[in-house]
Design a protein around this ligand. Structure first.
Ligand code: DQA
Length: 150
């Protein structure tokens, strides 16, 4: 049987993780996060594909491709697009696949403009403030939701 596929989507500036504001985002790189997610997914029989883009349209195009690619759901850190992008929200609504929203930092302890998300009311769950480990928590939750009951 074919493995269920999960796409992990990282928004703008997350390619700079490890170097970018380490006091907020820590020292773990995106590559380390992706590696950990891929291994974790494989262990549970899922195929994990990770994508990062600094471009809103590129992320939207990817999301549109997901149903044809037989994707079962997303873990997404929309980064700054969280607070700005109706277009990315609409793309997720259009494909209607389950997703977990994750933020490395606790956005509610930060500037007021970070308290608004265009995604949270569509998300299965929202994880924020757990640092890079939040990605593992997000993936575990999504896999549990996608796993057929035994
Ligand atoms: C972030 C929080 C956003 O406010 C910010 O723009 C990011 C990263 C996080 O993971 O904590 O780029 O999504």
């Amino acid at each position: 049987m074919q493995k269920k596929q999960i796409w992990v989507l990282h928004g703008p500036n997350l390619n700079r993780l490890g170097l970018r504001e380490p006091e907020i985002y820590g020292s773990t790189t995106l590559e380390q996060i992706n590696q950990s997610l891929t291994t974790r997914g494989q262990f549970q029989g899922f195929d994990i594909q990770c994508h990062q883009s600094n471009h809103e349209g590129a992320l939207i195009d990817l999301i549109h491709r997901a149903p044809d690619a037989q994707v079962a759901g997303f873990v997404i850190n929309p980064a700054a697009f969280t607070h700005t992008s109706v277009a990315l929200r609409d793309a997720l609504a259009a494909v209607a696949l389950p997703f977990v929203e994750i933020h490395i930092s606790n956005v509610y302890r930060r500037e007021p403009f970070r308290h608004q998300s265009y995604f949270s009311d569509l998300a299965l769950a929202v994880i924020c403030g757990f640092g890079p480990n939040g990605y593992n928590l997000a993936l575990d939750h999504l896999m549990a939701q996608l796993q057929p009951a035994s």
